[in-house]
Design a protein around this ligand. Structure first.
Ligand code: SF4
Ligand code: SF4
Length: 67
C-alpha cells in the first residue's frame, strides 16, 4: 500500500494537489501552520494508487509518495 507524507510546514495551501488526486484523498486542513497557511492533509482510506500526481504537481516539493 503506498504511503504519502506531506510537510505541512512547507505547504502554502495552493490546493493544486487536491485537484489532481484521482481518489480525492488530499484535503484542506483547518488548522494553520506556523507560517499562517492552511496546509493540506492526506486521508489514508486504503485507496491511494501511488500515482504520485500530487507530488509531481506540488511547486514546493512538500509531498513524498512511497510505494
Ligand atoms: S499518489 Fe495519487 S492517489 Fe495517492 S494521494 Fe497522491 S494523487 Fe492521490
Ligand atoms: S501542491 Fe504543495 S503547496 Fe500546494 S497545497 Fe499541495 S502540498 Fe501544499
Amino acid at each position: 500500500m503506498p504511503k504519502v507524507t506531506i510537510d505541512r510546514e512547507k505547504c502554502k495551501g495552493c490546493l493544486l494537489c487536491v485537484g489532481v488526486c484521482p481518489k480525492k484523498l488530499i484535503s484542506r486542513d483547518k488548522s494553520l501552520n506556523s507560517k499562517g497557511h492552511n496546509p493540506v492533509k492526506f486521508q489514508d482510506k486504503g485507496e491511494c494508487i501511488g500515482c504520485a500526481l500530487c507530488a509531481i504537481i506540488c511547486p514546493d516539493c512538500c509531498i513524498e509518495v512511497y510505494k
